[in-house]
Design a protein around this ligand. Structure first.
Ligand SMILES: C[S@@+](CC[C@H](N)C(=O)[O-])C[C@H]1O[C@@H](n2cnc3c(N)ncnc32)[C@H](O)[C@@H]1O
Length: 348
């Protein structure tokens, strides 16, 4: 964008001739529309920022279609604010003056995500990993650049990869040494454009001293936790007895998960958020609401429940080939086939 565009728009804010304003706005719209750029640079007082083309066109069209001079000038001033002022909350870096620009950030409690992000080092080969869009969405809503995120069930390191992409520091703990090793190797192939720190430790989240880990990084607290524990024994990750997928009973599982949540609680800054990603399971013909048990546990510990998100569930390749069989079993046995999991969101 020509650097004079901001000056041009600013000039229009003191113009009283509605026809003249509309004429100028039309000229700007056709200039922006015909450009091949997706983002434009806006410069003011020596500093510059980028603005998304769709956002710009949306705002310009709103000005174009407003009927009165008062309304037109209101939208012009709003656009100038959007281009020059950054309005963020304590929680994230979303510029509320340009909230329409973030149309890919989900705000509904039902998440239907058709395709897994497989870009770069993200792979789907770790059985039980979550789609990268989960940490991506959550971190953009609930963290700022430079914040520290803890993932106590790191698995293949999906959260840490997203940390690198989004400029957040991340600490992951994974019980199984070979899984942690592979995740570390994979993570090291991901670029680090924001020069943040990501550490992945082999350890047991039910007993590790998180405070010592914090001290090692010379930080006092975390700003977000992302818990993605095993869904009890749906997938057995190892034979280790401190592996949550080996819990002997549902009570055992909740106790182990509760232990991790309880011991990490003091390390989260007050007012900040954490999320638990979990699904339910069937056992001997009975629906076991793992998600709701875990949610209750978090509330008992002291967290405030902020949202229950239902996310569609990827049909794994194995299940896909047995689709017909499952459908028959569901019809015959009077149950439903799992197609969703939960993302419970909490605030401290
Ligand atoms: C559902 S997976 C997490 C997957 C991860 N979000 C990803 O995208 O790869 C749960 C992970 O927790 C690990 N785990 C189980 N018990 C643990 C414990 N006590 N401490 C740390 N990790 C544990 C398992 O080995 C498994 O990798």
């Amino acid at each position: 964008m020509r650097t004079s565009l901001l000056t041009e728009i600013t000039g229009l804010s003191s113009e009283n001739d509605l026809e003249k304003i509309k004429g100028n706005i039309n000229k700007i719209i056709s200039e922006v529309s015909s450009s091949k750029q997706k983002d434009f640079i806006v410069s003011e007082n020596g500093s510059s920022s980028s603005v998304n083309k769709n956002f710009l066109l949306n705002e310009l069209n709103q000005i174009k279609h407003s009927r009165t001079l008062g309304r037109t000038q209101y939208y012009i001033k709003r656009l100038i604010r959007g281009l020059t002022k950054n309005k963020t909350s304590k929680l994230n870096d979303i510029n509320l003056n340009r909230w329409k620009e973030y149309d890919d950030i989900i705000t509904d409690s039902l998440w239907i995500i058709e395709k897994r992000d497989k870009s770069g080092v993200h792979k789907a080969d770790y059985w039980g990993n979550f789609i990268p869009q989960i940490p991506n969405q959550l971190m953009r809503r609930y963290t700022k650049k430079g914040d520290w995120i803890l993932d106590p069930f790191a698995g293949s390191g999906t959260t840490l990869i997203e940390c690198k992409r989004l400029g957040r520091n991340g600490m992951g703990i994974e019980l199984i040494p070979i899984v942690a090793k592979r995740a570390k190797e994979n993570l090291s192939d991901e670029k680090n454009p924001f020069e943040i720190k990501t550490t992945l430790k082999t350890g047991d989240s039910t007993s590790i001293d998180f405070k010592t880990q914090l001290d090692k990084e010379k930080i006092k607290s975390f700003q977000f936790f992302l818990f993605h524990p095993p869904y009890w024994d749906i997938i057995t990750f190892s034979k280790r007895k401190n592996d949550l997928s080996n819990a002997k009973s549902i009570n055992d599982f909740i106790k182990m998960f509760g232990g991790v949540a309880d011991r990490t609680y003091p390390l989260l800054d007050k007012g900040r958020y954490c999320a638990v990603v979990i699904g339910d399971k069937y056992s001997s013909g009975e629906w076991i609401p793992l998600g709701f048990y875990v949610m209750q546990e978090m509330i008992k510990i002291g967290y405030k429940l902020k949202s229950t998100i239902v996310k569609n569930f990827d049909t794994t390749k194995g299940k896909m080939s047995q689709k017909e069989l499952w459908r028959y079993r569901a019809l015959a046995g009077g149950f439903y086939i799992f197609k969703h999991e939960y993302i419970f969101l909490f605030q401290k």
